[in-house]
Design a protein around this ligand. Structure first.
Ligand SMILES: *Cc1c(COP(=O)(O)O)cnc(C)c1O
Length: 430
């Protein structure tokens, strides 16, 4: 089968080798010092931005080898690019994943993943508590290709089992849903998925992989909108597909043309050899450069932003104009225990709170002086939004109800400002 003649697997081995050499240092140190695949021509200490669509070859023979996947050379930047590959390698260093694919947006990571595994007549078991565009993609776009989205309560294992059948392609969830802030038990869901020979796919955007180790909780494929924490300064969009090669596609009927010699690599082989090139949504080198810089300060930024978020959640719980604060790091939150087990003491830097009415929410937003009225999450600047009228604004009232998106909810993404400033801005705006 020529399709499994995969240079990617060779690249994977090379990187695992260099990782082993660096075992004596911490993950954070290794991240910063991830080696280049090849020495840079000018010994550049910072990975250059290779703004080139195509790459030249010394001979027709070398060209043939590269195009047929027998050598790992770059051929065209829709498929691979040195700057983007370096960003992918850094993510591989932190996650220990088998493969990382960087796309142009979080949605591109999500759509490429489902195009890779779903087929007509198949279904995806998930929850209605999803990011708006993911919900729309599953509900409308995939439906036109004959793929059914089955929404259920993922915190109820019996309900999950009842929704899975022989045509199920994956169990999919967001690790902390937004704005509902629901947390399902990942180990339990992984057990259910694997017992039915389907992969567990998780959108982990809300807690970065420096903190949340998806593989340890049975996640086979991790999807990230790197627009959020990783980019940091909100410098651009990006998405990541992180494959741990933990799912044995040979035991399932999901990727029949690709399992066989590479059972655990089948997802990556099809993604990189077919879907990703055909869909054409690879990350651009400029975005990869910016996000590589973002990765260098990710741990520092997250520690500060998440600690501020917890402190703010505690303080806002005592403010009389606020009827409830939703952050799973608060001890009184119904998901506190499972959240702590999976994400530690600081489950992200986003919280929601409820005011008396939609009008109160609009007045609050209009009174803010420091916190910006904007979508996006985990910018260095704090951002506030009214999800029901914006991200979920084009859904019907009934759909918003089904998704538990309430007209009284404000979402706050906590940035790097001192907690006192944020607290004061919220108080004066109320
Ligand atoms: C933002 C977001 C996405 C989509 O990512 P983009 O980079 O905007 O395409 C998907 N899932 C979650 C949880 C998000 O927050």
């Amino acid at each position: 089968m020529p399709i499994v003649n995969c240079s990617l697997l060779l690249c994977g081995k090379k990187i695992i080798f260099s990782l082993n050499q660096m075992k004596e240092f911490s993950e954070e140190a290794n991240l910063l010092h991830t080696p280049y695949n090849k020495p840079d021509a000018y010994n550049a200490l910072s990975m250059p931005v290779y703004h080139s669509a195509a790459y030249e070859f010394a001979s027709a023979e070398e060209m043939e080898d590269a195009f047929c996947g027998r050598s790992p050379e770059h051929v065209y930047s829709r498929i691979t690019n040195p700057t983007v590959q370096y960003f992918e390698d850094r993510v591989k260093t932190i996650t220990g994943a088998f493969s990382v694919t960087a796309l142009n947006s979080g949605m591109a990571a999500i759509t490429n993943t489902f195009m890779n595994i779903a087929r007509t007549g198949g279904n995806i078991v998930t929850s209605a508590h999803l990011f708006g565009n993911t919900y729309s993609f599953l509900l409308y776009t995939l439906a036109d290709f004959g793929v059914e989205a089955r929404f259920c309560d993922l915190t109820n294992p019996d309900e999950v089992r009842a929704h899975i059948d022989e045509n199920t392609c994956a169990l999919f969830l967001e690790i902390i849903t937004n704005p509902q802030m629901e947390v399902a038990g990942l180990k339990q869901l992984a057990g259910i998925a694997h017992a039915h020979a389907i992969p567990l796919i998780a959108d982990t955007t809300i807690v970065p992989f420096t903190v949340f180790k998806a593989k340890e909780f049975g996640v086979d494929i991790e999807l990230v909108s790197s627009t959020k924490y990783i980019s940091g300064g909100a410098t651009g969009l990006g998405g990541l597909i992180i494959d741990y090669a933990t799912f044995d596609w040979g035991n399932s009927s999901l990727l029949p043309r690709f399992s066989g010699s590479f059972d655990k690599a089948a997802f990556t082989v099809r993604l990189r050899k077919e879907i990703h090139r055909n869909m054409g949504a690879y990350m651009t080198p400029q975005a990869a450069y910016m996000q590589t810089l973002g990765l260098e300060t990710l741990t520092l930024r997250f520690e500060k932003q998440a600690a501020t978020c917890l402190e703010l959640a505690k303080r806002l719980s005592c403010v009389s104009e606020i009827s409830s604060v939703n952050y799973t790091g608060l001890e009184e939150n119904p998901f506190y225990t499972i959240s702590k087990e999976q994400f530690g003491a600081y489950p992200g830097a986003m919280l929601t709170f409820d005011l008396a009415s939609r009008e109160a929410c609009f007045a609050f937003l209009n009174n803010l002086k420091l916190i910006r009225r904007a979508t996006n999450l985990f910018d260095n600047k704090s951002l506030a939004i009214h999800p029901a009228s914006t991200i979920y604004g084009t859904f019907t009232e009934q759909q918003r109800e089904a998704m538990d998106v309430k007209p009284t909810t404000i979402r706050l993404s906590v940035g790097l400002e001192p907690v006192e400033d944020l607290y004061n801005d919220i108080l004066q705006a109320l």
